[in-house]
Design a protein around this ligand. Structure first.
Ligand code: AVJ
Length: 374
């Protein structure tokens, strides 16, 4: 497939680099992108950094998850945690989304990585790459290739909640990059991140895919603070974010990415109810809900709901019942969008300083390279 990606920019210093742009048009092959929020630990598998007593066991963990889920469904504005999107079918549907014409995020990020990683890596010579929510490491390969070419690659730490996925990825990468130390880390990125002191500096921590957008403001702030606390002088944090509407990015462009014409996103959305049914033994009628994604300009985010098509009663084991009225929404996901100001505010709070802001020419998406505040 031809790569028609055209990008331009310069190696200017941060102040002038603000609106550096590169252009991106489609034509990229489908990318198996995976992200962290997607595959957060399944309800029972969250053990490592849990503050709970270690011997409470899977059953207690499941009971907690059910309690949280029911609390969300009994709240005045019903909600289901977005981590429940990602069983095998949900992960497959998300991968299909990343290849959709309307879903510009994945291919734009990929084009930006291809455009910028060679020179940034050559300049800063990271020895360790830590990728949060590595999944199949599709995006990390672009960075790792650059590290290889620059001759600075020493260690790669894919962090993911899916242990199976992670060991597959690690095995594949060891084959592809002989001499690279691959140190997979099974962890929920919503928890504190433990990095071995042996990992060589400079280290880059990458968090790509605009997955930060799935966290609410408070969670995002906490996550960024924990990342900043891991950075030493010379280390960097690389973040990929989807941008808010602007002169060359109409709001319709964003809404279309979450309301694709083939209905893949709608299937992905409704799948959350099937996962809840499988996980907890409830009886949601998946077909009795419609997918709705709207850009909320004030909050600067896509808000995704499942809207009940009729009155219904959903049963959970233990005689728990949830009533849903016709037209009532259940919030299943938020996808926050950013701009230079919102990123600066978030980073400032977290103790991070933007070093390079790299966006495509249409102003769709940005890579933000930052370091620890002095
Ligand atoms: C993987 C969380 C970045 O919010 O854009 C895609 C997930 N949801 N289409 C996003 C998603 C609907 C995606 N993230």
């Amino acid at each position: 497939m031809t790569d028609r990606t055209k990008v331009r920019g310069s190696g200017r210093r941060p102040a002038e680099a603000d609106r550096e742009k590169g252009e991106t048009r489609s034509g990229e092959p489908r990318i198996a992108a995976r992200d962290i929020a997607p595959r957060e630990a399944p309800p029972v598998a969250r053990s490592d950094h849990s503050s709970e007593a270690p011997d409470r066991g899977a059953e207690a963990g499941r009971a907690d998850e059910l309690r949280d889920l029911l609390a969300g469904l009994r709240a005045p504005r019903k909600r289901i945690a977005s981590k429940y999107h990602y069983d095998a079918r949900g992960s497959r549907l998300f991968e299909e989304i990343t290849g959709l014409e309307e879903y510009y995020l994945t291919r734009t990020e990929r084009a930006l990585l291809k455009r910028w990683m060679p020179e940034l890596v050559d300049d800063l010579r990271p020895a360790t790459l830590v990728e949060l929510g590595a999944g199949s490491a599709e995006k990390s390969r672009i960075i790792l290739d650059a590290m290889n070419d620059a001759g600075c690659a020493r260690a790669y730490v894919p962090v993911d909640v899916s242990a199976d996925f992670l060991s597959e990825t690690a095995a594949a990468l060891r084959g592809e990059y002989p001499g690279l130390e691959v140190v997979p880390e099974v962890a929920d990125i919503a928890e504190p991140l433990d990095l071995s002191p042996d990992l060589p500096h400079p280290r880059w921590i990458a968090f790509l895919g605009s997955t930060l957008g799935n966290f609410d403001d408070r969670e995002a702030a906490g996550l960024l603070r924990r990342i900043a606390a891991r950075l030493r002088d010379g280390d960097r944090f690389l973040l990929g974010v989807d941008l808010r509407p602007g002169p060359t990015k109409p709001v319709e462009r964003i809404e279309a990415a979450y309301n694709d014409s083939r209905g893949v996103t709608a299937r992905f959305s409704r799948n959350i109810l099937a996962v809840v049914n499988d996980t907890f033994g409830s009886d949601f009628d998946v077909e009795a809900f419609a997918h709705r994604s709207i850009y909320a300009a004030g909050a600067g985010r896509i808000e995704t709901d499942l809207v009940a098509l009729r009155d219904q009663v959903v049963r959970f084991p233990g005689d728990e019942e949830i009533r849903v009225a016709a037209g009532e929404p259940i919030r299943t996901e938020i996808s926050a969008k950013y701009d230079r100001l919102t990123i600066d505010a978030l980073f400032d709070e977290a103790g991070l300083v933007v070093d390079r802001w790299l966006e495509d020419e249409e102003g769709l998406y940005a890579l933000v390279l930052s370091g620890p505040a002095p």
